[in-house]
Design a protein around this ligand. Structure first.
Ligand code: STR
Length: 504
């Protein structure tokens, strides 16, 4: 009994101490961002109960608290950034200061305590590792010919499969995922999956399990001590991570055996070779764990992000058939039916490129990015930001800012086309679909190549229609990536393609 009482007293004491620190901070003369109300121990959680998705809710709070405000997620002090000026100050101007990452229970499970690039904290080994991956990735990107061949091989296999599903309502997700997965598989492990491969099916399941549970501000990430209680989500995450580790380890040991030769055909071999040759690896403490977690990151990011964007793109094309028609007209006049699209066609297909840019604007893959942490005392504009603050960049607010975008909720690829009919990177500076600065996405170039080739191959051949007029939901499902809810499509071989008499 006395034990319980003293534990309670300690908890209460700690709660009041944190409350006191939080409130005295406001009185110390520096200017802090306006804060949501906050209670001891639970912070602002009580004031954040609502039905909106987090990025939409944080966007709407601007009306009351301004574009830069703070809140307490349980014990964690957080600042929410909602405009591009502040976002660029955090990501670019003060990139190094804000390059930290919070440690959470779920990301620790996924990344063996932060030994990866996306969720790992800023450190000398992180920097070294990121550089290494960057050069390995650009080595494969050089000339892009090898990558182009891989993507086109997968696009060809996908359209071949789709022909068999013509006119029946289908969920395109598995085929899109297999195509994207095979591109990443070829890059990482120099391997690929056939339809129905059990290893691929298992990968689909574990990847979904990870996306559903990791880094989504669940209670156990806010109050880590909750992990001592039974927790179904954590059990599922651990099971999924186990399955992923088996897959990674299998490829790792196969590569280790083959590594004696100097032939480097994939990313894993490139990292292993660098490790064997480079004494620096030992100095910065990079173990096999780091290598595995990095490949896990690239694999997971490569699959989940690109597949998600393709699903969003198709969902929007179903909602806006006139956009689909315009892309097809562009494809017909610029490419025709005698050959398939290649990367060098990107310049001559500005409307398709603009459509991809617009999809990335209206439904960013990662609407709140991954939280940043201030590594030292700093500031954003005139506001003081203490060391340890978690900074959330609300990309959703940037991409839906009415001061920057005309009718931001309307899907309009035309906004990315200039008066000469060229595709522009962005008509507004309030556009960062891949983030920016030290932690900018490593896969941007690869993602853009895949999105362009897969969409152009599909639309050259097929028209996508709704199933009995049912339109896909455009709200999305919250998680570490903003997912699309499942929907079905009718895939119709285009008349002009039928009469051209060409198949593959
Ligand atoms: C998806 C599922 C998986 O198996 C592994 C990973 C690790 C890397 C994650 C990826 C996830 C989701 C998308 C992330 C990516 C790192 C960068 C990317 C979060 C959880 C984005 O920032 C969108």
């Amino acid at each position: 009994m006395t034990l319980i009482l003293s534990v309670l007293l300690i908890i209460l004491g700690l709660a009041f101490f944190s409350y006191w620190r939080f409130t005295t901070r406001k009185q110390s003369g520096s200017k802090y961002p306006t804060s949501l109300p906050s209670l001891p121990f639970i912070g602002s959680l009580l004031f954040m109960r609502n039905h909106k998705l987090p990025h939409v809710f944080f966007n709407s709070l601007q009306e009351k608290y301004g574009s830069l405000y703070s809140l307490k997620m349980g014990p964690h002090y957080m600042v929410i950034v909602n405009n591009h000026q502040h976002a660029k100050e955090v990501l670019l101007k003060k990139g190094k200061i804000f390059a930290g990452r919070p440690r959470t229970i779920t990301t620790d499970i996924l990344t063996r305590n932060g030994k990866d690039i996306a969720f790992g904290n800023y450190s000398p080994s992180w920097k070294f590792h990121r550089k290494l991956v960057h050069s390995a990735l650009s080595m494969f990107g050089k000339g892009s010919l090898a990558i182009q061949n891989i993507i086109c091989r997968e696009a060809a296999s996908m359209v071949e499969t789709l022909i068999n599903f013509q006119d029946n309502p289908i969920d395109m997700a598995p085929e899109l995922t297999r195509a994207v997965t095979n591109v990443v598989c070829s890059l990482c492990f120099n391997s690929s999956y056939k339809r129905g491969d059990p290893e691929f099916e298992s990968m689909l399941l574990y990847s979904q399990g990870i996306v559903d549970t990791v880094a989504k501000d669940s209670l156990v990430d806010i109050f880590p001590w909750l992990k001592i209680f039974p927790n179904k989500e954590l059990d599922m995450l651990k099971k999924c991570v186990n399955l992923r580790d088996q897959l990674l380890l299998k490829n790792f040991s196969e590569h280790k055996e083959a590594c004696s030769s100097d032939e480097v055909n994939d990313l894993m071999a490139a990292l292993l070779n660098a490790k064997l040759k480079n004494q620096q690896f030992q100095e910065v403490g990079l173990t096999d764990d780091y290598l595995l977690m990095t490949v896990g990151d690239i694999f997971g990011a490569g699959v989940e992000t690109t597949t998600t964007v393709l699903k969003w793109a198709i969902a929007y094309l179903l909602h806006y058939p006139e956009v689909q028609k315009k892309i097809q007209e562009e494809l017909d006049t610029k490419i025709g039916f005698e050959r398939q699209p290649v990367l060098s066609d990107r310049k001559s297909l500005p409307y398709l490129e603009a459509t991809i840019s617009e999809v990335l604007r209206i439904r960013p893959v990662s609407p709140l990015l991954i939280p940043h942490v201030a590594l030292e005392d700093s500031s954003i504009a005139e506001y003081t930001i203490p060391k340890g603050t978690r900074v959330i960049i609300n990309l959703w607010s940037l991409h839906h800012d009415e001061k920057e975008w005309k009718s931001p909720d309307t899907f309009d690829p035309g906004r990315f086309i200039d008066e000469h009919g060229n595709h522009v990177y962005s008509p507004s500076p309030s556009y960062l679909p891949f983030g920016a600065g030290i932690r900018v996405c490593l896969g941007e170039a690869l993602a853009k190549m895949e999105l362009f080739l897969f969409l152009s191959w599909i639309l050259q051949r097929f028209t996508l229609e709704t199933t009995d007029g049912t339109l896909p939901d455009l709200e999305g499902k919250w998680g570490v990536v903003l997912q699309v809810k499942k929907y079905t499509v009718k895939v119709k071989l285009r008349k002009v393609w039928q009469s051209a008499g060409i198949r593959a």
